[in-house]
Design a binder for this molecule. Structure first.
Ligand code: AMP
Ligand code: MG
Length: 430
């Protein structure tokens, strides 16, 4: 991305109240990142079905009333409300019928009514529909019991879903199935969406082996590229998987330059810990404007953040920790919303559950903890959450078994069994 007027990292940090790179609360880290990341430029027109999950780039203003005419909400008889008798039955003469898409065209005199189906246009002058199950029909006479319907009932008004000139959907919306339906109801075949964000990522570490390679002594298979791929895929961004890059300055530099030249965002995992003896941090610092944070969170304390510059282009860098759980938690806590904002989406808080903790949880105030939990319906109503076994930041199994993250806030202390805690469910997360 070319972002000439972008603030420097120093300028951003001076805007964030209580900024401390060595013990940065999650809220401050999120605020910093929100100020750092630019939105994509470039709009494309997509056919409705291709636009599912994409971000709307312009407000969609309705140029028609939806529905276009007053119409019936029920199968029954359309009548004029003032013809309804007070305190006794009303008897009306049926003079025709109206179907959805083929409404009754004639005139209706006082004392008359029209057989009508759901969705049929209301005949001129009629304002009320009595459902068919309330009436007795005898030849062309309908008897409506007293009190069966009030004037104006069971009629849908023109424009009650959406009036001409209303904003049907605002720019920044991530299009969901209901939105596609709305757009179709306006007769739109195509919609303007922001181009997809391009995200390049690679893993760093000499101990990493890719699937298919022999696992030498002291080595591990690279799992982060798979969890990252999965999380990015769910966000709907364009993905460039650049593989494993060993601890070699030339290879690292080439990878960073290549990533920054071809993507809006570069995500790495590993090599950002304090005291890390490899070249990852050195190269990051040399190729751009990068900060190395210690975040007050667990898991996932170290992280690099900033910009990598190459050939006049600048890409946002997220240097995530290497531990498999830390990668995922840092992504959900700090990267996900940033990528959505870069994609043009309006920020929206994720819905949390309040669940009773099945056991006690030790927690120190002064950092945010993300424990892996299994949420189940509680016997007495509401939800209950049980922490999955070991919470070590390398234990990916804890993440795989869990169906949500228990979020223990910065100020929170120990949790007693039965206390309510916040849970971020994985379903619907992205
Ligand atoms: P680091 O942050 O580079 O010190 O890595 C922390 C731990 O995470 C080490 O045990 C690494 O072996 C492990 N690790 C780093 N990257 C990966 C990866 N891509 N897949 C699996 N484990 C990793
Ligand atoms: Mg390492």
């Amino acid at each position: 991305m070319n972002d000439k007027t972008a603030p420097t990292l120093e300028e951003i940090s001076s805007c964030v109240n209580g900024y401390d790179p060595n013990a940065l609360p999650v809220a401050q880290a999120r605020e910093f990142i929100a100020r750092l990341v630019p939105r994509v430029d470039g709009v494309e027109m997509l056919a409705l079905r291709s636009a599912l999950g994409r971000v709307l780039a312009r407000d969609i203003v309705s140029d028609i009333d939806v529905p276009a005419h007053d119409n019936s909400a029920m199968d029954g008889y359309a009548l004029c409300g003032i013809d309804l008798a007070q305190g006794h039955d009303t008897i009306l003469q049926v003079v025709g019928s109206g179907l959805a898409g083929n409404g009754f065209q004639g005139n209706v005199a006082p004392g008359q009514c029209v057989r009508i189906m759901t969705g049929a246009t209301m005949p001129a002058g009629l304002d009320t529909v009595v459902p068919q199950e309330f009436v007795k029909l005898d030849g062309d006479r309908v008897t409506i019991p007293a009190g069966a319907v009030k004037p104006g009932e069971n009629r849908r008004l023109a424009g009650e879903d959406l009036a001409r000139g209303d904003v049907a959907l605002a720019a920044g919306r991530v299009l969901r199935p209901a939105d596609l339906g709305m757009l179709a109801s306006l007769g739109r075949a195509e919609v303007p969406v922001w181009r997809r964000l391009r995200v390049a990522f690679f893993s760093t570490g000499n101990e990493l082996r890719s699937i298919g390679e022999t696992l030498d002594a002291g080595c591990v298979y690279d799992s982060n590229r798979y969890t990252l791929w999965g999380m990015l895929q769910r966000l709907g961004v364009e993905i460039l998987d650049m593989g494993v890059v060993g601890d070699d300055p030339q290879a690292l530099e080439a990878a960073f330059r290549d990533a920054a030249a071809n993507a809006d965002v570069v995500i790495t995992s590993g090599g950002v810990s304090v005291g890390e003896a490899d070249y990852t941090k050195t190269i990051m610092a040399r190729l751009g404007d990068v900060l190395f944070w210690r975040i007050a969170m667990r898991p996932g304390r170290p992280m690099a953040i900033g910009r990598i510059e190459t050939g006049g282009r600048s890409a946002i860098l997220f240097g995530l920790p290497g531990n498999p759980v830390a990668v995922m938690v840092t992504f959900y806590a700090l990267v996900r919303d940033a990528l959505l904002a870069m994609s043009g989406a309006q920020p929206a808080p994720l819905p949390m559950l309040r669940a009773a903790s099945a056991g006690a949880i030790r927690k120190k105030p002064g950092r945010t903890e993300y424990q892996r939990g299994i949420v189940t319906p509680a016997p007495g109503g509401g939800w209950e959450v049980r922490i999955t076994g070991s919470q070590g930041s390398g234990i990916l199994r804890s993440m795989s078994q869990a169906n949500g993250l228990v979020v223990l806030g910065h100020e929170q202390g120990n949790v007693a069994a039965g206390d309510l805690v916040d849970v971020l469910p994985f379903d619907g997360l992205i």
